[in-house]
Ligand binder design. Structure first.
Ligand code: ADQ
Length: 500
């Protein structure tokens, strides 16, 4: 790599500071991987809590009448910039609390975008500001106004002429959709309204304002103004250009296909390393994984009051409980799965009906459903299980299958998006593959794939072990992805700015 870039990564969450899902993981691990390759990298994220580490820079900026402060933390070679505003620090979750999604999220993330655009200009870090020659990486709808403000407010004033914007789509389903009248609160010139307006086809309209046919859609604005668009696997990059995966935006995305790339996520190889994982009862590597996994299984069986037997196959599910992750498909298949002499352990939270579904599993002697968000348990379960189920209806990339493979746990996954790019179906004739895939995403297909996995586990243990080993040595590090991002940054800089 010859050229280095100043990268400003704008995100609504970043692990370990804030995390509700995979975006947090990526924001916590891709920036350090880019920094390790010599780039100057800043992450701009809301200050949701009083984190240990970040220090008040005492720099205050007025953004459309709202004062924000910046807190700075230098860690893993990255400048972590936490935007402080009273609307971020709340007793509930990041985006919602027991009463539902916060009513002012549009405002909160508009402020994040504005703060992220000011940070490189105003914050002296190690003696200098980042300046104007920036590659902004705007993640999901929360950061989608970055290219919009850049084109509408900064470039016309001669600022950020050399900057470029990359929109990273981690999940097209969440688009930031609001009533048209909210446009007035975004501080944009009136002629930018068209950029944000979006009309879903009638059968996809949900909000009352959409009945009129119109809404303000942040992600749409990002897709149509960013210099380039990236999503988190080549498979998903294809799907979002079709009615099957486009959530009504397929034609807009297909229009920009010449600047669209799919880059498979990496994982944090330190946090997810069975040889050093502090959460495990027994740490293990490729040379002793059978014994190591058995000890973790026994420890988890004890913890969850399951029958203690290392020979019982343990099947796991970890994920947000929503339409995407197919927990309902899993629950349909669960009675059959639990009749196969296995233990089924599920960890998740989300949709209350699906949470009740997990609780229902507890009524079976060999079923467990842990409702809640529990990172240490997700590590222990990944280590203890033999098989991880991912019946996701769609999956832009998916991280759990990558964690599972590293821990010698074999994924059984719907053949979709990033899952089809990362899980290679087992081929008994060539003894190749890292798991099982099935399609379509229905209980019958899942059952058949689990049946195959269990048959191999019981009747062909050597084949099962070789599947585990291939998963464990798979290169899931960020370095490969970081190089592909560099390529995208380079292309963005070669082209003229798309807007403004
Ligand atoms: N109850 C619970 N307790 C503890 N940990 C839990 C948990 N529920 C989920 N997690 C953790 O949250 C993360 C989920 O990551 P995923 O990538 O699988 O999905 P997500 O849909 O959130 O991310 C979106 O963005 C990412 C990043 O690009 C894409 O990989 C993905 O396909 C896309 O949908 C994992 O680290 C998982 O272990």
């Amino acid at each position: 790599m010859s050229k280095t870039f100043s990268v400003v990564f704008v995100t609504s969450e970043a692990a370990p500071f804030s995390k509700t899902g995979g975006l947090g993981d990526v924001a916590g691990s891709l920036p350090p991987a880019l920094a390790a390759r010599g780039h100057r990298v800043m992450v701009v994220v809301p200050r949701y809590a009083e984190y240990e580490g970040p220090k008040d820079t005492t720099i205050e900026v007025d953004l459309m009448g709202n004062t924000v402060r910046y807190y700075l933390h230098q860690w893993k070679g990255v400048d972590w910039v936490f935007v402080d505003h009273p609307s971020y620090m709340r007793p509930g979750g990041i985006y919602s609390d027991a009463y539902g999604t916060y009513g002012d999220n549009q405002f909160r993330y508009m402020l994040l975008c504005l703060a992220a655009l000011e940070a490189p200009l105003q914050l002296p870090i190690n003696g200098s500001t980042y300046g104007e020659d920036i590659v902004f990486m705007a993640n999901d709808w929360h950061a989608s106004l970055v290219p919009v403000y850049l084109g509408a407010k900064y470039r016309p004033g001669g600022v950020y002429q050399d900057a470029r914007t990359i929109l990273a789509i981690h999940n097209l389903r969440h688009q930031g959709v609001y009533p048209p009248y909210t446009f007035g609160g975004l501080g944009l010139p009136g002629n930018w309204y068209q950029c944000l307006e979006f009309q879903y086809p009638p059968h996809q309209r949900q909000g009352s304002y959409e009945e009129e046919g119109r809404s303000v859609n942040h992600l749409k604005a990002g897709i149509t103004t960013a210099d380039r668009v990236v999503t988190v696997s080549p498979g998903y990059a294809d799907e979002i250009q079709t009615p099957l995966g486009g959530w009504g935006m397929e034609f807009l995305i297909a229009d920009r296909s010449y600047v669209l790339n799919g880059i498979v996520n990496g994982i944090d190889m330190h946090e997810w390393n069975p040889e050093t994982d502090q959460h495990l009862a027994k740490r293990y590597g490729i040379s002793n994984f059978s014994q190591g996994k058995n000890e973790n299984k026994l420890a988890l069986q004890r913890e969850l009051a399951l029958a203690e037997d290392p020979n019982v196959p343990m099947i796991a599910f970890i994920g947000r409980l929503d339409y995407q992750k197919g927990a309902d498909v899993l629950l349909q298949a669960a009675p059959w799965i639990m009749s196969q002499g296995v233990q089924l352990v599920c960890l998740g939270m989300g949709d209350p009906a699906l949470e009740n579904g997990l609780r229902w599993l507890e009524g079976f002697p060999n079923g467990r459903g842990w409702v809640g968000f529990n990172v240490p348990l997700s590590h222990r379960l990944t280590a203890a299980a033999d098989i991880l189920l991912m019946p996701s209806r769609f999956e832009p990339c998916g991280l759990n299958q990558l964690y599972a493979m590293r821990y010698g746990t074999v994924p059984v996954a719907h053949y979709t998006g990033g899952l089809k790019d990362t899980v290679v179906n087992f081929n008994p004739w060539t003894d190749g593959g890292t798991g099982w895939t099935f399609s379509p995403c229905e209980a019958g297909g899942l059952i058949q794939a689990v049946d195959n996995a269990l048959h191999t586990y019981r009747e062909h243990p050597d084949s099962f072990k070789s599947i585990q080993k291939r998963g464990m040595v798979r290169d899931s590090s960020w370095d490969k992805a970081a190089q592909q991002y560099e390529q995208v940054f380079t292309w963005a800089k070669i082209d003229k700015p798309y807007v403004g």
